[in-house]
Structure formats: C-alpha cells, structure tokens
Design a protein around this ligand. Structure first.
Ligand code: CA
Length: 226
C-alpha cells in the first residue's frame, strides 16, 4: 500500500482529498501547515507528497526546496497544488523540483491520474541494471546514481527519467511531445514548456557536462557524447 502525504491548509479540501485517496486504496497522512508537513515528510516516509503552494508561514515552493535538499526526502515525488493557473506558478513549481502540478479547482479524476502517473515514474526500471556513460556523465540504472565529472548529481525522479531517456537514445533527436509521453508517461495537456524547464534545470545540475544535451531548434533535444 502506497502512503501519500497531503499538505494543505484548507481543511475541507484536505478532508476531501484524503477521502478520495483512501477510497482509491492509498494510506493517507496529512498536515495542515508547512512545518508539520516537513516533519511528517521526514518521519512518515511517504511514497508521494501532495503539496499546496499557498500555505501559512512557509510557502509550498520553500517546502519543496527543503525536501529536495534533504537526503531522506529528496527522491519523494511531489505534486504541487496551485490556486492560480498562471504560467509563472507552474514554472516556479517545477524550478523548485516539483514533479507535477494540479491547478485548483481540479477534479478528483484528474488528481488521481496525475498521482498514478507520478508513482509509475518513480518505480524502479524493470530492465537489467547497467551503467551508461555519455562523455563525463555516468548513469547507474540500478542505483539511479548519476555522476558528472566524477561528482554525484542529485536529480529528481523526473529529471533522472529525462536524462535516461536522452542518454539511451544517443544522437537521436526527440521532440517535446515524445519526451512528455516517454518521461511524464501520459498525454500531458498542452504545455511542452514543461520539458524546456526541466531540461534547463537538468543542464544546470550537470554542470559543464550539461552541454552534452543539445537543443534542436524548433524540434526538441538530443544528447551527444561530445
Ligand atoms: Ca492554501
């Protein structure tokens, strides 16, 4: 049974989400504020966190950043809830390391689909473990450890999948829609800029070796060994 932590300060919404999650067979733990949410994320080892953006005291984006910095919580997938549908909120959500977002008001069905997709992405890969080397980048598909120039790079689940997707298809251009389908795992509604945001972040994290991810103007991305 998967455990989901819901951090949301609107009690009615928290109760509704919890009710729906339990009905789907998830174990639910909750927090009404950011501080408690952070403690629960560390102590409760959830498989996924649903995190409201606007929380009293400490913002959801800040919580996400703290989660990503902590070794114990850095790999837990996060779905951000945002009240405003503006692009800026979406981008901010991804820049701090969220795996996906849902804009309020959302349907229960939409939230459940997103949760299933994110959990599926977080599952370890089935094929035999192997080491993939591209230039200075090394990807261990067994341990999911990525190094760049010998230094370990801490990636979110989505960033890791994106890198693996490009590295396994070395030299081949992949368009944004295909990457959305392969990495995000379902037909994402509309926004291919999601891919761009994640690529930018991935490149930054990889340092100098980030240049191995090439932009193919008007089409998508590819990875090359040099
Ligand atoms: Ca709120």
């Amino acid at each position: 049974m998967k455990t989901i932590l819901v951090i949301e300060d609107e009690r009615d919404l928290l109760d509704l989400i919890s009710f729906n999650l339990e009905r789907e067979g998830y174990r639910v733990i909750t927090a009404l504020d950011g501080t408690t949410g952070l403690e629960t994320a560390r102590s409760g080892s959830p498989d996924l966190i649903i995190l409201d953006l606007m929380l009293p005291g400490i913002m959801g984006t800040e919580i996400c950043k703290i989660l990503r910095k902590n070794e114990k919580t850095s790999n837990i997938p996060v779905i951000m809830l945002t009240a405003k549908g503006e692009e800026i909120d979406r981008v901010v959500g991804f820049e701090v390391g969220a795996d996906d977002y849902v804009v309020k008001p959302f349907s229960n069905r939409e939230l459940m689909l997103r949760i299933k997709a994110v959990l599926r992405r977080a599952e370890p890969d089935k094929p035999a473990d192997k080491i993939i080397k591209v230039g200075d980048i090394t990807i261990d598909t067994g341990s999911h450890v990525v190094t760049s120039g010998g230094e370990e790079v801490v990636l979110t689940t989505t960033e890791y999948k994106l890198l693996l997707n490009l590295a396994e298809r070395l030299g081949r251009v992949q368009n944004r829609d295909l990457l959305l389908k392969n990495v995000w795992g379902y037909n994402y509604v509309g926004d291919t800029r999601t891919v761009d945001t994640h690529i930018t972040r991935l490149r930054t994290k990889l340092g100098a070796a980030g240049d191995l991810i090439k932009t193919v103007r008007g089409f998508g991305y590819k990875m090359e060994a040099s």
